[in-house]
Design a protein around this ligand. Sequence first.
Ligand SMILES: Nc1ncnc2c1ncn2[C@@H]1O[C@H](COP(=O)(O)OP(=O)(O)OP(=O)(O)O)[C@@H](O)[C@H]1O
Length: 240
Amino acid sequence: MSSVIAIQNLEHAFGKERVLKQIDLEIKEGEIFGLLGPSGAGKTTLVKMIVGIMEPDSGVVYVKGEKVPSFNLMKSVGYMAQSDALYQELSAKENLDFLASIYGLNKKERAAAIQEVLRVVDLIEHKNKIVSNFSGGMKRRLSLAASLMHKPTLLILDEPTVGIDPILRQSIWENLRKLKEEGMTILVTTHVMDEAEKCDRLAMLRDGYMIACDTPTNLKREKGVETLEDAFLSFGRSKQ
Ligand SMILES: Nc1ncnc2c1ncn2[C@@H]1O[C@H](COP(=O)(O)OP(=O)(O)OP(=O)(O)O)[C@@H](O)[C@H]1O
């Protein structure tokens, strides 16, 4: 399997605070890869560097073989930030229609793309509702739909299920698995252990260090523990 994301020796500091330290990482085509770590571990900073909206102090990021940032990559990468970037006064459909026009889809393509992404996130029946009347979970799902509009082959999601109830969270994960089956590579950040468990592979981030990277099963096996939480604590101790 070829690598879709390759990160070499990434380092970054905000002032004197070093938030990413010696990060090396490879994410392979077709996997759901999780970045797991507590608040402040550096997940969002790392994701922003992969997407190319933030420049590291040193180190390089390649996505699909191209050095980031690259204009070409915009066509094939979908990104959902931690906060929803939606027009509150427009309906769900209007938000997606606006995005489609930015991507240059014609009228026919737009209607089909909008219908398809709304189906994926189960919002078809709410498509004409104004976004300001959406619940938090509906807004997250609409953001997910927005990140899928241009049919990316790499999807990067920063805490997609924060503030979402367990039932909806499950449905979003079902969507992610379906997208993976269709060939998409997915990178997702989380601090929730049961979500981390659903990933094919995981990188554990703590205080800017990548303390471990493997499948959930192997991470637990390596430490001889039953839960990812215990594995995380154990890897964290050995790094100190
Ligand atoms: N623009 C910024 N300026 C200064 N410090 C920043 C900036 N962005 C992030 N930081 C700091 O960098 C560290 C890592 O932040 P980051 O947002 O990457 O963590 P995170 O793992 O995504 O956390 P969370 O799960 O809470 O989103 C934190 O200490 C944060 O305060």
